[in-house]
Design a protein around this ligand. Structure first.
Ligand code: FES
Length: 160
């Protein structure tokens, strides 16, 4: 089993004391310091099948003091899904460290704060504090070298 790409994880930079539904981002690229289309999020060969993996994108050279952008990579066979590591309940990471990440391979991933459970296939919460809301999906493609790259598009993770 290969070692997944795992970065250092801290508190979510967009965490706020008051959660306002009106200001909640609908898409990954609306978050502060979101990486650009084409950014490499990881390598498929580093992700075991059925593994949910924390990854981070370091800030661009133009914004060196920005926090890293935190991502979840979920592999099912040749397919890789990417979500922002940001719970729809309070906007904090589902887990701060790889060993704290709760998931059922190919089925679900669960926030380790209040245990909201999200479907693997589309990131929609089906149990817990934010049923019907969703993780922010990041469109990705895997290139010929196995790199997982951000693709253009605005996937609506709330669609079934
Ligand atoms: S912060 Fe994730 S379930 Fe509450």
């Amino acid at each position: 089993m290969g070692s997944p790409t795992v970065g250092t994880i801290g508190l979510c930079p967009e965490r706020t004391a008051t959660v306002s539904t009106a200001s909640e981002p609908r898409f990954w690229h609306e978050l502060p310091h979101a990486p650009t289309v084409g950014t490499v999020l990881g390598h498929r060969d580093a992700l075991p099948d059925g593994q949910a993996t924390l990854s981070t994108v370091e800030p661009a050279p133009s914004t060196p003091t920005a926090p890293p952008f935190r991502v979840l990579l979920l592999r099912s066979g040749p397919e890789v899904k990417a979500y922002v590591n940001r719970c729809a309940h309070f906007g904090v990471p589902l887990a701060a460290k790889q060993e704290q990440l709760i998931f059922q391979p190919h089925v679900s991933i669960t926030c380790n704060v209040h245990y909201a459970r999200y479907r693997w296939r589309d990131g929609v919460c089906d149990y817990g504090e934010c049923v019907g809301e969703a993780l922010l999906a990041i469109p990705v493609v895997v290139d010929a070298q196995g790199r997982i790259c951000i693709a253009p598009g605005n996937p609506d993770a709330s669609a079934p």
